[in-house]
Design a protein around this ligand. Structure first.
Ligand code: SAM
Length: 264
């Protein structure tokens, strides 16, 4: 007897779990060339402040590795894994904050997003510090305990099997390493919630149509935000994957939350 099919959501639509990734991939193939511009337009530049908070929490040490002139000289560089890293925004910020003692690997399933990221890295002269690797966050091609920090920004809600991605992030962290996840959340400020709903369901798809020529892609992004678990539930998923000292911080009235957990 065939097993019952497992379903999930693609935005508000129910789809078979194994179909979601291809649908998500279509979205990001379609928007890759306009992705960075759209982030600034949609968030009024706020995504920069949210990402800054994540980078501050990653806290790459400036004095480490071959460039450090103290007893730590010779230590390996601080290694960041930027999961579902797309065009590399988080990796750029962390490498710029950490300087020559920091390296980053951007992993994404989408070759078009990675191509934009590689071109940006070359423009900034950061192609030696940042590697761009095609891969699925659910099963990554890296050895256990190989990163000091694993970050994922606005990526986890697009991954079909979130529990598998969390387990793999945990596997890849060194003991004492930190996992940080920036994701849209639940607006719980009276008044702001109605305004946010109007903006999300009307303005964002219209912007998507005008700028990226794809309203549907941005409708998916808005719907997927509404389907993502509440921060308390996501914190439980992180604990189930093994993370310790799990916490989260709401920002901008709950528009986003920064989740944190440690491998201890
Ligand atoms: C909204 S973008 C975020 C990009 C970047 N982290 C940022 O903050 O600008 C989501 C990214 O998740 C990637 N993605 C979706 N499913 C994935 C998976 N299973 N494994 C790795 N990346 C995935 C998409 O290709 C896309 O680049």
């Amino acid at each position: 007897m065939p097993l019952p099919r497992e379903n999930t959501h693609f935005g508000f639509r129910q789809v078979p779990l194994e179909h979601k990734q291809a649908l998500v991939d279509d979205v990001f193939h379609s928007v890759a060339s306009r992705y960075d511009l759209m982030n600034d337009l949609m968030s009024g530049g706020l995504h920069r402040a949210w990402k800054h908070a994540l980078v501050t929490a990653v806290n790459p040490p400036r004095e480490r590795g071959a460039s450090a002139g103290d007893a730590k000289a010779g230590a390996p560089p601080f290694a960041l894994l930027d999961l579902a890293g797309g065009t590399g925004d988080i990796a750029f910020r962390v490498v710029e904050a950490g300087g020559s003692a920091t390296r980053a690997t951007v992993v994404d399933i989408n070759t078009d997003m990675l191509a934009v990221g590689r071109a940006r890295a070359a423009e900034r002269g950061l192609d030696d510090a940042i590697a761009f690797v095609e891969g699925n966050a659910e099963a990554l091609p890296f050895p256990d305990r190989s990163y000091d920090a694993v970050a994922i920004a606005f990526g986890i809600r697009n991954v079909p099997r979130i529990d598998a991605a969390l387990r793999d992030a945990y596997r890849l962290l060194r003991i004492g390493g930190r996992f940080l996840c920036l994701e849209f959340s639940i607006v719980d400020v009276p008044g702001l919630d109605a305004l946010y709903d109007f903006y999300s369901f009307n303005v964002i798809p219209a912007l998507g149509r005008a700028v990226a020529n794809d309203a549907e892609a941005y409708r998916y992004l808005v719907e997927s935000i509404r389907r993502f678990p509440r921060p308390e539930a996501f914190a439980d998923m992180m604990r189930a994957a093994g993370f310790a000292r799990v916490s989260f911080q709401r920002m901008s009235g709950g528009i986003v939350a920064l989740h944190s957990g440690w491998r201890l």
